[in-house]
Design a protein around this ligand. Structure first.
Ligand SMILES: Cc1ncc(COP(=O)(O)O)c(C=O)c1O
Length: 383
């Protein structure tokens, strides 16, 4: 990586993503394609499982410790602020069940959240009131100013809205929640891995993230960031034996105490394959640099947007405000024909609520955008 030219350098990273050999893959908001280093990491684990059934204990603890340190470094956290989970929902669940809430306290939830948050909120907190309010196309702080009352204790939002791509500027938003004594719980899955994110830039209390999208998968692993300022206030729900400080398993009559940090929420046996893959994927992003990953994604998205604007598409994703890697557009009635046309040409995007959602990553290329534009031109006239 010597040229200093981000287009050339990102092209060099394409070799880590074999999917580029067959598809023009613009669907990272759907499912991230596994990278070669992650695949190798998983294969190494599998070979241990098949040849010796389990990891040597020391090796196991060192893998988990290194992985935790990598995730922490990736988002500017301390290792003990990271709990490994299996998906985003689990992280949201742990956050909400462990807050020191009392009967009739209220949780204010962004109405546009992906169902993952809604199911957790609606089905696991029987004594807590829920208030859903729309954030769409509004200043998020103004939404809070309008909707807060003295019972609201927690705010839950998606960092990046899964369809419109609207993105909350967490620095100013969390400064506001923090000043007002509110806990802020964030579903980060549509932002982390695409946007540079550092916990020390903001005041978020919990950030839950699955690894199956912008972090290149595979699904089934995730993490929860817990701000250390909350450690001594949190409950001990969703805790279990691997939330304790074991150093070996030869003698399980002596039970170590639960950690008093985020690690206590790792309830039982971990998805070590997923955790290994996650570490390898994060290493790729750190190698390229998150600032440059973000800049490249936003540039590719902007290139695409310009083409769709010229073509007269309806563009759901607002131009103003903080941007994400998501661009959702609609050609109107011909959306399904176009969707099928793209697929036939090995261009992978998502069709969601009658919008085509494009979500490029840093290794995608300008040439791929040209090919997308050509295919769009071809199928647009077939209305
Ligand atoms: C904003 C958002 N949150 C969560 C999820 C998925 O949640 P989980 O990781 O719990 O399956 C998705 C997409 O699948 C999403 O777009």
């Amino acid at each position: 990586m010597t040229t200093g030219n981000s287009v050339v350098e990102s092209a060099e990273f394409r070799r880590f993503f074999p999917i580029t050999g067959k598809f023009i893959y613009f669907n990272h908001a759907g499912t991230g394609p596994l990278s070669v280093p992650a695949q190798r990491a998983v294969e190494r684990c599998l070979s241990i499982y098949s040849s010796q059934a389990e990891f040597d204990t020391e090796r196991y603890f060192s893998i988990v410790g290194e992985a935790r340190a990598t995730v922490a470094r990736f988002i500017g956290a301390k290792p003990e602020e990271i709990a490994f989970t299996h998906n985003t929902s689990e992280g949201i669940y742990i956050a909400l069940c462990n807050l020191p809430l009392r009967e009739n306290d209220t949780i204010l939830v962004m109405d546009e959240v992906f169902p993952a948050v809604r199911y957790v909120v609606d089905n696991n907190l029987p004594h807590i009131k829920k208030k859903y309010v729309s954030f769409a196309k509004q200043d998020p702080i103004a939404v809070l100013e309008t909707n807060l009352d003295r019972n609201v204790k927690v705010v839950v939002v998606d960092y990046v809205q899964f369809l419109s791509g609207e993105t909350i500027d967490l620095r100013s938003f969390s400064a506001f929640t923090s000043e007002h004594g509110l806990y802020l719980v964030v579903d980060g899955i549509q932002g982390i891995g695409a946007l540079k994110y550092d916990v020390t830039d903001n005041s978020v209390d919990f950030l839950a993230c699955g690894c199956g999208k912008w972090l290149f998968g595979p699904s089934g692993a995730g993490f929860l960031y817990v701000n250390s300022r909350n450690f001594d206030k949190l409950r001990r729900q969703h805790t279990g034996w691997l939330g304790a400080g074991w150093t070996g398993f030869e003698d399980v009559t002596k039970n170590p105490p639960l950690y008093d940090d985020a690690r206590k929420y790792e309830m039982g046996t971990r998805n070590i394959l997923g955790i290994q893959a996650l570490t390898a994927n994060i290493d790729i992003l750190l190698q390229y640099g998150m600032q440059r990953v973000e800049a490249r994604i936003l540039k590719l998205k902007e290139d695409l947007r310009r083409h769709f604007e010229v073509d007269g598409f309806e563009i759901l994703t607002p131009r103003s405000g903080k941007q994400s890697g998501i661009l959702s557009v609609s050609p109107g009635a011909s959306v399904e024909v176009l969707s099928q046309g793209l697929r036939r040409n090995n261009i992978v995007v998502s069709l969601r609520n009658r919008y085509l959602r494009f979500s490029p990553h840093f290794y995608n290329s300008e040439d791929e955008i040209k090919q997308i534009v050509d295919v769009v031109g071809k199928y647009r006239v077939l209305k």
